[in-house]
Structures are given as structure tokens and as C-alpha cells.
Write a protein that binds this ligand. Sequence first.
Ligand SMILES: [Zn+2]
Length: 231
Amino acid sequence: MIQKNKNKFIYTKDDVRLINSLKKFHYTDAWSHTKKHSKLTKIKLEKFKRRIKDFLLEKENYECSYCRKNLHGETYMVIDIEHILPKSIFKEFMFDVNNNLSISCRRCNAGIKKTDISFLKKINLKKISLNYKNRNFYKFIHPNLDDYYKHIDYYVSIKNKKKVIHYSKKTKKGYFTYKYFLLEDLELSHNSNIQNVKYQSKLSTSLSNKYEDRVNTLMRRAKNSRVRTKS
Ligand SMILES: [Zn+2]
């Protein structure tokens, strides 16, 4: 019944009916099941959100839209459906899967972005509402309107238990995203997550020589800083 291709979420008639029935609620109640909903609505809402999450995960290749963290093997509960324009301010786009929703790790969504809107170019809510599909209104890489890799190249290298991540910023948007999501903090982490090793190793083989050099420098630096901490 659900027709979808990799890039577009198709709403069923039931989805549309459900969304319409939720409009009368405060945004927190419209998104999460609360005592205000009937048992049937709760079930429908949970199923709908699960379908949204599965769709977005596949679309984003099981990576966080902002930091590219690999979400394979993560508990379902710590993977967030991310509202690019926060639902607390832009309730009207709360279920707009194709334009305003994406997938993110908890760090980027609940830890950093939260309900902030400083990534918007003009803080005039009405103007944003009218132009929310225009990528030029967003200072960071928009998960649905921009191509991430046009703005940032993402490199991962793993050697034994040491993992190095490198974000190569190519544009102003790439640079803003790097700063906004504190991606620098992830670059120097050198303890590999065992679950990620297999997947990340594949990536590391595609590193160009230039970035292998860069990665080796970072690994040396990480190693030196550890030595210093120990002494
Ligand atoms: Zn993330």
C-alpha cells in the first residue's frame, strides 16, 4: 500500500486523516502520544512515526544528517526524527517529511540544535514560513535542500583501535555546519566504537592520499596529546 521511492515519502489517505485530526492539539501532544489521544490514535501515530523514521534512515543511508555519524546498530530510541524548522515554532511543518524532516543522532538534535533557529538567515518567522523550501534561507547544510558532500567531504580512518574523523569544509555552508554542530570535537576522538569498525574500515580505504596524510597528522597529534595527559 505504501508507495515510496528513495527520495519521496508518499502519504496514504490514513496519514492525511491522522495529520488533520492532530491539528487541534498543542504541538507536544500532536507529535507524542499523550492521555489526550484515544488508544487507536496512539497506535496510528506510533506506526506513522515509525514509518517516517524508517524512510528517513534509508534516505540518509543510516547516517546522521549533520555529523554523518553511522547510525547502524544504534538503539532505535536514540535515533531522532529531526525537525529542521523546530516543531515548537513551526508547527505547520511538523509532518512535512519531504521538506522539513530528517534523521539525526541525539547529540546533534537534542544536544546541540534543540529549538534554536540561529541557523536561519532572516529571523522573520513569517518570511521563513513562506520560503521554507528555499535553501538560501538556511546557513547550514539543509538535509533535504542541499547536497551535504558539495559542502563537506567526510573522511574516516581506522587503524586498530584508533579512529580519526576529518571534515573537509568546501563552502561557507560547510564551514557554518562544522562550527554549528561542533564537528571539530568529533575529529579528534580516537577511541573507535567497535560496532562501527567494519563499516568505517570500508570508508577508510577510499581516502585519498592527501587526506591520509592529514589523518596521519591528526592521529599523531591525538597520540601525542594522550602521552602528555599521562605524564
Ligand atoms: Zn549527529
